[in-house]
Structure formats: structure tokens, C-alpha cells
Design a binder for this molecule. Structure first.
Ligand code: PLP
Length: 384
């Protein structure tokens, strides 16, 4: 029976993160901090803009690469935020960051190509590489002195003549590691000389605790560099269910991405783009307010984890994830199941992000303080 389906799909590796989420959904009243999203709804000013668009009949097909006004708004957003000149013809609106990643990868990868990926990494991105029939080589970040760092020589040495792209998530899900400006410059220099693409997922670039945004490759790249960046409205503007994101590339990418997007989904949804434009033009106060709430939750976790000598962790500079390991719990999948069975608590197992972090766990703290404290009570009860 199965042989009727594509071998590439049948060979996709299991996704333990999705497995644990499904396992948790089977049980009632599970406190879930396993998925990467906040519990607050999208703010009204964004919802109202999309609602108005719908009532005005903005319910038809639109341009394949997004509404011109949103492409322009994204271009202006980069100018305001980072002083980057990115013309609207280099911005492609997509139906989610995930879709942007698929479009990016399928526009550059052929069967058998190699992608070098910095890990741990959000598993779905590795799935996207496999769906594009490419092979991924993992370069693990190093954990030392309570922080994660990249060995640049190792990353560069891992590239071969078959390497088509380097895949980077910065800030990183799950570690919160952020690639520095110097690292970006070094890597751009290397990829420019070797004709290798950089695919940079910058979905969490507004989720930093000490700065307004993390460094973006767009700040240091030349216009025609082989650079694709992925972004999304999901996290920074509480719009996970909207499925709206964007991709940037060199001007030459516009026609290529348009061709794939046309066959993939014809166009991103029309009325959601009005909400997206409003999020960018009027959303800075919301971002600040959301970050203040996440920071206060991070303070709570830090205090409680530091007081617990069974927990090894660090304070991430960005994202809304706490990544940690528990003494004696070496199998994160088993531990995640036990937490659901015994404590009705769902967390993401580290093994979902790479083999080198299979004892780690990820907890999303973009939730109410009460929910966070209840989850931490459950975790502490399970490991005492
Ligand atoms: C690194 C990373 N990229 C992309 C996404 C997905 O973004 P979207 O909701 O826009 O598909 C996520 C979601 O968790 C993520 O962690």
C-alpha cells in the first residue's frame, strides 16, 4: 500500500516534537508549554484591519508574491528598523514563515544537493530540506559556560563542493543563540567566494531581551549576494494562526519564487495582508509590551531553575524558550511522556531539535504567569 506514495515522503524522519504534542492532546487538562506560541490573542488593531478588509470585499485572489502595499510596508519596516535599503521587488509575501522556507529551499535545491545546517534546529526545517530531496549535514553549536556558541571553522570545514546552502536560524529555536555581526560578515565573505546560498530564518529577530532586534544578514549583505531570509508575523505580533510571513532575496529571485509560489498556493490570503501591514506600521508598542511580559516570565524561570540543583540551564538572550536538562533524565522523549502521564504537563523533547541535545527539554514561556508557575510546579514535582 505504502509503496504507492513518494519514497521521499515515506523516508521522512519521525518528528518527536509533533509526536509529543499529539500524545498530550489525547489527555484532558494538560498544561502545554510544548508548542512555540504565546497564549495571548492577536491585538485588536491588527484584527480590525483584517476584519475591515474582509467587510470591504478584499476576499479575492491577489498577486502571487503578495499585495504591493504589504511588500512596500515590509521594505519600509527594514529601513526604519535597521536602515537597510531593501526594495519591494526583493520582498515576497508568503502564507507563513514555514511556506517561505519551502519556497526558499525549493528554489535552490536539486536532488542530492547538500545543506549544512547549524543545530539544534527547529525540526520542521530539516523536514523541508528532506522534502526538497537534499541531504543535511549538521554542525552543532557548542554549550559551554552556560551559553551556546558557533565554531566558525567547523562550519566552514563542513562545506564541500556539493554544498548548495547553509541553513541558519538566528535567533535560534530552541537555544536562543544569536549569530553575531562578525560571524555574519565572515560567513558572507566565505559564501560569496564559494557560490553558496545562505538561508537565514530570522523569525525571532524581534524577540531579544536587550536590543530591539538581533543582527540580520540583510544589514551586512550586498544586494546580489546569494541570501534568502525568512520572516513571519507569527511570533512578534501574536499571529500564529494567520499563516502570514515573508521571504527576501536578491532581485533575481523574484521571477523564480513567483513561479514556484504560483504552482504552490497561487497567492497568500488577501485580507490577512491588511492585518500584516497594520502590524508593521503600528505594532512597535505591542512588541515592547509583549517582550516585557516574556522578560518577567524569564525572570521567574531563572529564579526557580537556579534554585534547583537538578536543573542545568542558562538565560537565553532571545526567544521565548527555556532550554534545560534535568540530572538523571537522559532520554527526553521518555521524560516528555512521563511528564504528560504523571503531571499532565507537555514540554518539547530536545531530541526533536537534533541528536546532540537528546537529554534537553524545551519549555515555551510565552504564557500567563499563572500557567507558567503551574507548569514549573509540575516539573519540580516530577523531578524531586
Ligand atoms: C525557527 C522557526 N521558523 C519558522 C517557524 C514557523 O513560522 P510560521 O508560523 O510563520 O510558519 C517557527 C515556528 O515555531 C520557528 O520556530
Amino acid at each position: 500500500m505504502n509503496e504507492n506514495y513518494r519514497q521521499t515522503v515515506l523516508n521522512l524522519p519521525p518528528n518527536p516534537g509533533a509526536e509529543i504534542l499529539r500524545y498530550g492532546w489525547l489527555k484532558e487538562d494538560v498544561v502545554s508549554l510544548g508548542q512555540g506560541e504565546g497564549c495571548d490573542p492577536t491585538p485588536d488593531f491588527i484584527v480590525n484591519a483584517a476584519n475591515k478588509a474582509m467587510l470591504e470585499g478584499k476576499t479575492h485572489y491577489g498577486p502571487v508574491l503578495g499585495q504591493p502595499f504589504l511588500r512596500e510596508e515590509i521594505s519600509q519596516y527594514y529601513k526604519r528598523l535597521m536602515n537597510v535599503n531593501l526594495p519591494a521587488n526583493r520582498v515576497f509575501v508568503t502564507a507563513s514563515g514555514t511556506t517561505a522556507m519551502h519556497l526558499a529551499l525549493t528554489s535552490i535545491l536539486d536532488k542530492g544537493d547538500e545543506v549544512v545546517a547549524i543545530t539544534p534546529i527547529w525540526k520542521n526545517l530539516m523536514g523541508a530540506v528532506r522534502l526538497a530531496q537534499a541531504e543535511a549535514t549538521q554542525v552543532p553549536l557548542k554549550y559551554e559556560n552556560h551559553s551556546w556558541s558557533l565554531d566558525m571553522d567547523k562550519l566552514i570545514d563542513s562545506c564541500s563542493s556539493k554544498t548548495k546552502a547553509i541553513l541558519i536560524v538566528t535567533p535560534s529555536n530552541p537555544t536562543g543563540w544569536v549569530m553575531s555581526e562578525n560571524e555574519m560578515r565572515t560567513l558572507l565573505d566565505f559564501t560569496r567566494k564559494n557560490n553558496i546560498w545562505i538561508v537565514s530564518d530570522e523569525v525571532y529577530n524581534r524577540s531579544c531581551y536587550n536590543v530591539s532586534h538581533s543582527p540580520s544578514f540583510l544589514q551586512y549583505a550586498q544586494d546580489d549576494d546569494l541570501l534568502l531570509t525568512i520572516n513571519s508575523f507569527s511570533k512578534s505580533w501574536a499571529m500564529t494562526g494567520w499563516r502570514l510571513g515573508w521571504l527576501t532575496g536578491p532581485a533575481s529571485a523574484e521571477a523564480v519564487i513567483r513561479d514556484i509560489a504560483l504552482y504552490d498556493n497561487m497567492c497568500p490570503p488577501t485580507f490577512t495582508q491588511y492585518g500584516g501591514a497594520k502590524a508593521l506600521s503600528d505594532g512597535e508598542d505591542f512588541i515592547k509590551q509583549q517582550m516585557a511580559g516574556w522578560k518577567s516570565n524569564l525572570d521567574i524561570i531563572t529564579t526557580r531553575f537556579e534554585a534547583n540543583d537538578k536543573i542545568e540551564t542558562y538565560r537565553p538572550p532571545s526567544t521565548f524558550y527555556s532550554f534545560f536538562k534535568v540530572q538523571g533524565e537522559n532520554n527526553s522523549l521518555e521524560f516528555a511522556k512521563r511528564l504528560i502521564d504523571e503531571q499532565s504537563l507537555s514540554l518539547a523533547p530536545g531530541v526533536a531539535f537534533g541528536n546532540n541535545v537528546s537529554e534537553w527539554m524545551r519549555l515555551c514561556f510565552a504564557v500567563s504567569e499563572a500557567k507558567l508557575n503551574s507548569a514549573l510546579d509540575k516539573l519540580e514535582a516530577a523531578i524531586k
